[in-house]
Design a protein around this ligand. Structure first.
Ligand code: G6P
Length: 510
């Protein structure tokens, strides 16, 4: 079983010198200036932060990220860093400042208008602007420099995270040839045909091949990546399709399904299930007998939130006995809201919820409650613990950690997870009720089945999922990558290295 303590022991006895450096665009916490002038600390949303924050704490490492908070500059030391958590510092957050043009080109432009829709099949067309790509390249170089400023050894261990930094692994390799670079791509990798649509696909592939270890969420993401390097770069690939040789270097490509901290600190610190339910019902002015479903997503078009609302509408149409007795609470964290696709989605969502509420609402009863604001994790867990079911309806999702957090939240072994078959999590959480989120009527039937599931069946399914997530936790995720990185670092001859990596996934959940 991988735990924080085992991870610490592993690192202490390994020959990786110096602290681990995580390079990720999103900072785990931001400092914002409140209206009264005081500084408030906010936990960032998204799966990446959920998984990595406990790990950086356990490793006492350094996290290099964009300083995006309005008071971020006010709290850093002379080296643009801050020690966290404030009450009991165990790791360092190094902030990199970006001006408006850099944010527009690198973050909003190339990362979120080009790469995000390029990788997700959610019917939003990627926009490839060469100016954005130039800025993306320049910003990747700035972050690579910041990482180098943070390391004191010639051979540091750097964890490069996600699609914001496809070029950084190669840049790091050029700056520190002896470093160990482990990169993880949190979102899906496009199918070969779609991959070719990006005018700079070869640059991205070459950039990522600066890594020693390159991790994806699922075996099919690995297949797509390896097919792309073979066809676009003419790289050499071993028989198991796990080791790529390109420009005289080897990169191991494998699936490491990401996970969450176990036991979850948020579940441990939560009030009892009954208290969570009471406060949620009181806040939303719901009858204590209400059947409660929740969804927790960033307000993103990949998350299938509109389709979830349509499924709720169909449920109430097909099963009028739930009208007045069933409420779906959708927590929607505002995200990337200067982009047109996100603004259009928001307008559609608000309008769809209002229409369904007009159709089935009565007096104070509204079947859909849309909570469009940031919720701190403690609050999210309160909703997850209060609910009869959690609906994750992504149209395409690398993993989706909300699904795993719902499981972590339910220490009462109750509650039903309704999970889109198009998430990475669906490969592991086979005891969820799987749905095709596009098939509105089928999804409505599954929701009705979830609401009618016996307590015995709920317990059986939840226990199986809890056993799985507890073993395949975030410490195991990083532990397996580190174990592989140590093998690569041992500089074995090709045949011996191939023998180590004869499977796409180091250990298989489910
Ligand atoms: C996804 C991405 C992360 C990102 C998160 C939140 O989970 O894979 O890299 O941090 O969304 O999005 P944001 O744009 O706010 O960082």
């Amino acid at each position: 079983m991988w735990t924080a303590a085992r991870l610490q022991r592993w690192l202490a006895t390994s020959d990786f010198g110096g602290p681990i450096v995580v390079l990720a665009n999103r900072e785990p916490v931001r400092h914002d200036r409140a209206a009264d002038g005081s500084i408030v600390v906010k936990q960032s949303g998204g799966g990446l932060v959920t998984a990595l924050q406990p790990l950086i704490e356990a490793c006492s490492g350094v996290w290099v990220a964009h300083g995006a908070g309005t008071a971020d500059k006010a709290v850093v030391d002379w080296r643009d860093g801050v020690d966290l958590p404030p009450a009991n510092p165990v790791y360092r957050l190094r902030r990199v400042w970006l001006d408006d043009d850099e944010q527009r080109g690198y973050y909003f432009g190339f990362s979120n208008e080009a790469l995000w829709p390029w990788c997700h099949r959610a019917h939003v067309q990627p926009v490839f602007r060469s100016d954005d790509f130039d800025t993306y390249r320049a910003v990747n170089a700035r972050f690579a420099d910041a990482v180098c400023e943070e390391v004191d050894s010639n051979a540091p261990l750097v964890l490069v995270q996600d699609y914001h930094f496809a070029l950084a692994p190669r840049m790091l390799r050029q700056r520190r040839p002896f470093s160990t670079v482990m990169s993880f791509w949190h979102i899906p990798w496009p199918r070969p045909r779609d991959c070719e649509a990006c005018p700079w696909a070869r640059d991205l592939l070459r950039g990522l091949l600066g890594s020693d270890i390159l991790g994806f969420q699922t075996p099919s993401d690995c297949h797509h990546f390896v097919d792309a390097v073979e066809s676009l770069l003419n790289a050499r690939v071993n028989g198991a399709r796990t080791v790529i040789t390109h420009a005289g270097r080897r990169t191991v490509v494998r699936a490491y399904p990401i996970s969450i901290e176990w036991p979850s600190r948020w579940a441990r610190r939560s009030p009892a299930i009954r208290a969570c339910r009471e406060t949620v019902c009181r806040e939303l002015e719901l009858d204590a007998q209400t059947r409660l479903a929740v969804g927790v997503d960033r307000l993103d078009y990949t998350k299938g939130i509109t389709e979830k609302f349509l499924a709720i509408e169909k449920l109430l149409e097909l099963h009028p006995e739930f009208v007045g007795r069933f409420v779906f609470v959708q927590i929607a964290e505002p995200s990337r809201n200067t982009l047109a696709a996100y603004r259009a989605l928001r307008a559609r969502l608000v309008e769809t919820a209002a229409r369904i509420n007009r159709r089935f609402g009565n007096g104070s009863y509204r079947p859909i409650v849309l909570l469009e604001r940031h919720h701190e994790p403690a609050d999210v867990y309160r909703f997850l613990r209060a609910a009869d079911l959690c609906y994750v309806g992504s149209l395409h999702d690398g993993m989706n950690l909300v699904a795993k957090e719902f499981v972590a939240a339910r220490d009462d072994d109750r509650g039903v997870l309704v999970l889109s078959q198009f998430t990475g999590a669906a490969r592991e959480l086979t005891d969820a009720l799987l749905v095709n989120p596009y098939a509105i009527k089928d999804a409505a039937r599954v929701l009705a089945r979830a609401l009618r599931m016996t307590e015995e069946e709920q317990t059986m399914r939840m226990r199986a999922m809890r056993a799985l997530v507890s073993e395949f936790n975030a410490y195991k995720w990083i532990g397996e990558m580190l174990t592989d990185a140590a093998r690569v670092r041992a500089r074995l001859p090709s045949a011996a290295l191939d023998a180590c990596f004869d499977q796409l996934t180091p250990s298989i959940a489910g």
